[in-house]
Design a protein around this ligand. Structure first.
Ligand code: T1G
Length: 691
């Protein structure tokens, strides 16, 4: 056989082993020899049963995503599964690590699935803007029932082996030698004989379907799809599985798959899949990782508390330092409250809460940070305060400890000068709430050692974060671009757009909420304090804050919020305030459409991204996409601002920026040279910007 597929027959059981590191993706180099092996074994009397297993750390983690968008090479996965279903002898999939997407579909082609207790099984295609294309939408419901299948396929969330067994997806769960158990299972099944029913022919679970309940579930899931096509296609395909004969439903699945795989949304989501993996890579050969076992957090406020929870959730013992016992108590009380809310919502068990709270050690003494391997400062956003903290840290932290600042804007190089160990200093910019938001901007200062960067980039995955390494500038990548997008917001409002119109343009674009509602959620006073610190002004937003309109926390911001409600209500006082300010500034108001709103906010955002690339603050355009999708809610179906610029058309973006430059005279519309080159070449890679 080939290097990626081998066959060994033992006591009449043929073990077909797939070996295609790192995740046994079903590339054509696997599919071809696999098909041949199975076709041979089907008619080989020496094989009474067949086990399909994988070498390495996981079972098949799906089709090879890098092959999408290229001409399809035969045999396809569907042909392998169809072949499997013609095999009369028992076929068993031995699943360890993950069986995802096409990997689970391959296993669904087998009569039986034996899984290691730690294995995760799922049809994750929807996360790539796709639906299962190898028969998963038609076979999975036949094993687990239509409702369960719908939930699994539309969410793309894998389930653990135990749950898979309970649902009828796995036939056995193994705590020990998986392959030996799978071979024994196959052998005993062959000995028992009888007809082995292919999944395609099992209709009992489908017959139980309550179609009305199913449709209600599908409608509810569709409502949450926020403009993404794949969740809707997934629901339609599972509905077909219930209502159509097997082969018709399979053909319908194919048609839906072909449509999605060539669409912009899936291209965008596949872009993000690889972009997230690239973003955390730190250049440098054989970089050692420092050992991180204990973490110290300075400041138990909203950010410090959230960061401490993220590490405790990742299993790390945490020393939480505050200036006083009262402040520490307040911080711990907030953490306990957050965990209590998770338990009450059922997203955390009481036992897990106790285990995590057990990882916290509170302190008011810097000396208690001496045994920490990583110390993150999350104190007030003021340079003098931060430098004082780093000075104290320098005195107590052990040699080789990594010292990180959670600043959102300030100069990390400057902060590092207050220590004698700038090689150990970097930024870890978390997003609020830090225990929930996925993004982590890792800020590389001029003297930061590559091994410190690489250590923190790896660590990010262990605490469930998506890390992006960025350089030092005001606001790093995310907040710097946010300022560019926000700057034009004020002018749009002064010229006649209402907060509701601006926000609707963003939600129609695919954002969870618009900039005004987002400002109210985060608190308008944060931006206000930042502008004041930098001597900047925003006519309307400053006035709102001067009137105590900080957003949800004061019940009034851009919108009004009935007591305790998060539902924004239009506030005529704000619209009147805007008209008054426009009048004072002599700005005539006019109708402004959604296209203009998107153009005047997102084009400068992309332009600022191009400058960031040009300055080497971001290593790749795709890093900027990862920041915006994971930290600022940029719609995943559009791939992030830099990817979307390609869909929107860079030539048009440059033209429209020049138009608005001319019309307004404002510098943020001056196209960056890198953006012009992108418009000429069509690829960000071609315009360099490598670090
Ligand atoms: N195809 C190609 N490359 C893949 C891959 C895949 N399916 N999965 C991972 N890689 C690469 C990845 O880019 C990285 O490369 C390396 O493997 C390690 O991955 C017909 C349509 C399995 C849980 O959605 O979720 O089947 O950066 O860093 O953290 O219906 O990878 O080292 O160069 O993520 O241990 C459906 C995707 C495909 C699963 C492992 N499958 N993969 O996580 O490692 S569509 C998926 C994952 C499909 C059929 C359809 C994760 C993982 P590099 P990693 P990890």
């Amino acid at each position: 056989m080939s290097s990626s597929v081998s066959v060994a027959i033992e006591n009449g059981v043929a073990v077909v082993t797939i070996d295609n590191p790192p995740v046994n993706a079903l590339s054509v180099y696997v599919r071809k020899p696999l098909y041949e092996a199975l076709a041979t074994l089907r008619d080989d009397p020496a094989a009474r049963a067949i086990v399909i297993a994988c070498a390495g750390r996981t079972f098949v983690a799906g089709a090879d995503i890098t092959e999408f968008g290229k001409p399809v090479e035969q045999p396809e996965l569907r042909a392998i599964v169809a072949l499997l279903e013609t095999i009369a002898k028992p076929t068993v999939a031995a699943i360890h690590g993950t069986a995802l997407g096409g990997g689970l579909e391959l296993a669904l082609g087998c009569h039986f699935r034996v899984a290691d207790q730690g294995a995760r099984l799922g049809l994750t295609e929807v996360k790539l803007g796709l639906l299962p294309g190898g028969g998963g939408t038609v076979r999975l419901p036949r094993l687990v029932g239509a409702e369960k299948a719908l939930g699994m396929i539309v969410s793309g969330a894998p389930i653990l082996a135990g749950e898979a067994k309970a649902a009828g997806l796995a036939d056995a769960v193994v705590d020990g030698d998986l392959l030996a158990e799978a071979i024994r299972f196959a052998s005993e099944t062959a000995d028992r004989g009888g007809a082995f029913i292919a999944v395609r022919d099992r209709n009992d679970r489908l017959a139980e379907t309550d179609l009305a309940a199913f449709d209600a579930q599908a409608t509810d899931l569709a409502r949450k799809s926020r403009g993404l096509d794949a969740p809707l296609a997934c629901a339609e395909a599972v509905h077909n599985a219930i209502t159509l004969p097997f082969d018709e439903a399979l053909a319908a699945e194919r048609a839906l798959f072909v449509k999605l795989v060539s669409g912009d949304q899936s291209r965008a989501q596949r872009h993000l899949f690889f972009a997230e993996r690239e973003a955390a890579k730190v250049p440098g050969k054989d970089l050692q990782r420092r050992t991180i076992e204990r973490v110290g957090i300075i400041g138990a406020g909203t950010m410090g508390g959230g960061i401490a929870m993220a590490f405790a959730n990742g299993g790390f013992p945490v020393t939480l330092l505050e200036t006083s016992a009262e402040a520490l108590q307040r911080g711990m009380a907030m953490i306990e409250k957050n965990y209590a809310v998770s338990v009450s919502r059922g997203s955390l068990t009481g036992e897990a809460r106790e285990q995590r709270l057990g990882l916290f050690k509170g302190s008011t003494d810097y000396a208690d940070l001496a045994d920490c391997d990583l110390i993150i400062e999350a104190v007030f956003e003021d340079m003098a305060v931060k430098k004082e903290v780093f000075g104290k840290l320098d005195a107590v932290a052990r040699p080789g400890a990594i010292l990180a600042t959670n600043t959102s804007y300030l100069d990390v190089n400057e902060i590092a000068t207050s220590t004698a160990r700038p090689r150990d200093v970097l930024g870890m910019h978390f997003f609020s709430p830090a225990n929930a938001m996925k993004l982590l901007e890792i800020v590389r200062a001029e003297k930061t050692a590559p091994d410190a960067l690489a250590t923190v980039a790896d660590l990010a995955r262990r605490i469930g974060k998506v890390a992006v390494v960025v350089g030092v500038c005001h606001g790093f990548v995310g907040n710097r671009m946010l300022s560019a997008r926000g700057a034009e917001n004020e002018f749009l409002l002064l010229e006649g757009a209402t907060p509701g119109q601006v926000d609707k343009a963003f939600t129609d674009f695919g954002w969870p909420m618009g900039p005004c509602q987002m400002g109210d959620l985060a608190g308008l006073d944060i931006g206000w304090r930042n502008r004041k610190a930098r001597g900047l002004t925003a006519v309307i937003a400053d006035t709102l804050c001067e009137e105590g309109r900080f957003g949800q926390k004061t019940g009034r911001g851009w919108y009004r919020y009935e007591s305790g409600s998060r539902e924004p209500a239009t506030d005529p006082e704000v619209e009147k305030l805007i008209r008054t300010k426009a009048g004072e500034l002599g700005i005539a108001q006019r109708e402004i459409g959604a296209d203009e709103i998107i153009e005047r906010t997102l084009y400068p955002l992309i332009n600022e991204g191009a400058k960031i690339l040009q300055e080497g603050i971001a290593a790749r355009a795709s890093d900027i996409d990862v920041v915006w999708v994971n930290g600022y809610g940029f719609p995943i179906g559009k791939g992030g601002p830099m990817f979307w610029a390609g869909l929107e058309g860079a030539v048009r973006i440059v033209e429209r920026l020049e138009y608005w430059r001319q019309r307004t005279g404002r510098g943020i519309f001056e196209p960056a040279p890198v953006l012009r080159r992108f418009a000429e070449t069509g690829s960000w890679e071609a315009v360099g910007g490598a670090l």
